[in-house]
Design a protein around this ligand. Structure first.
Ligand SMILES: Nc1ncnc2c1ncn2[C@@H]1O[C@H](COP(=O)(O)OP(=O)(O)O)[C@@H](O)[C@H]1O
Ligand SMILES: [Mg+2]
Length: 306
């Protein structure tokens, strides 16, 4: 292998087209994205924007149509079917919204976690030990002997996280992991991801529509129409965060804006302006005026100068 990239996921101009008999859907329309090793990142976006498609490409569950996709130094376009099986088993771990279909309700939690390790050839005692450690890690050490069917939805979800970690993947992918749990449990699950990221240095990508995730992750990326449209990055320096404790609303509550929001430039220099901004600017046609002023770019509706 060549030099190790600082990015564990690198994709350029990624395109995914789903063809059915009658139609073609371009679920990813030239998506660019880089994820650093050890990053904890969330992807948000409306339903149908391409979030699951993107995650499935990274997870090797489906093949992209065009572009470049490297994960952990591997070119996903070039993996053979056999290599892809290994990739799915060892490089990525996956957590879904409803994991029940992958879990065995009449077996205790620890045996559910042990299963994938037995499949990849670990011995019974070694895999049992690790299964128990993983359950400790997700905060379920005290329930390792409980039957899965007797655990709450949130607990089952944490067992699913332990299962996803069984074969020591480099990346954990989660698609709407809090989609069917209550808000309190969602907070607990996001906290679990945060702890795994901090304690294991695990790279984690979470797809969600739950905006409360923003405070738990380093970066929030928005997908719109199969492309990254904007991103918010957690400020890491303390001064930067403190300087942002600016606003108090009418109830006297302080607002911490600890993320900086960026729009994303594509490779051709295009940037998407949110609809609400266009409305406020009074833009209704397809033209805007661009003007440089003191090194800053001003975008305005045409005909506003007189
Ligand atoms: N297997 C598929 N076959 C055909 N179209 C699909 C398939 N999977 C997703 N799509 C389409 O691709 C687009 C993006 O879907 P998806 O990635 O599931 O969005 P999200 O997860 O953001 O809701 C949608 O228009 C969806 O209908
Ligand atoms: Mg989805």
């Amino acid at each position: 292998m060549g030099t190790e990239s600082e990015y564990i996921i690198e994709c350029d101009n990624l395109v995914k087209i789903y063809k059915t008999d009658e139609t073609e859907v371009m679920a990813l329309q030239g998506l660019d994205c880089k994820v650093s090793r050890g990053e904890l990142m969330a992807i948000i976006g409306n339903s149908g924007s391409g979030k699951s498609t993107f995650l499935n490409m990274i997870g090797g569950l489906d093949r992209p149509t065009a572009g470049r996709l490297y994960v952990d130094g591997l070119d996903l376009f070039r993996l053979s079917e056999r290599e892809l099986v290994q990739y799915k088993r060892h490089t990525v771990g996956f957590v879904w919204q409803n994991n029940a279909r992958n879990l065995i309700p009449y077996l205790p939690a620890w045996q559910n976690v042990q299963m994938p390790m037995l499949f990849s050839g670990k011995s019974g005692s070694e895999s049992r030990k690790r299964a128990e450690e993983l359950l400790e890690l997700v905060g379920l050490g005290h329930k390792k002997k409980n039957k899965l069917g007797e655990m709450s939805g949130g607990e089952q979800q944490r067992v699913a996280i332990a299962i996803a970690l069984a074969n020591e993947p480099a990346i954990l992918l989660a698609d709407e992991p809090t989609g069917s749990v209550d808000p309190q449990t969602a907070v607990y699950i996001f906290d679990t991801f945060r702890r795994l990221n901090e304690e294991l240095g695990l790279t984690i990508v979470i797809v969600t529509h739950d905006l409360s995730v923003a405070d738990k992750v380093n970066r929030v990326v928005s997908i719109r129409d199969g492309k990254i449209s904007s991103e918010r990055v957690m400020k890491t320096d303390y001064a930067g965060r403190m300087a942002d404790v600016v606003a108090f609303d009418t109830s006297g509550k302080a607002h911490f804006t600890s993320h900086e929001e960026f729009a994303i430039l594509d490779r051709n220099g295009r940037v998407q302006i949110p609809q609400e901004y266009l409305a406020q600017m009074g833009v209704d046609g397809n033209r805007v005026k661009l003007e440089m002023r003191d090194g800053k770019l001003i975008v305005e509706a045409p005909g506003t100068e007189e």
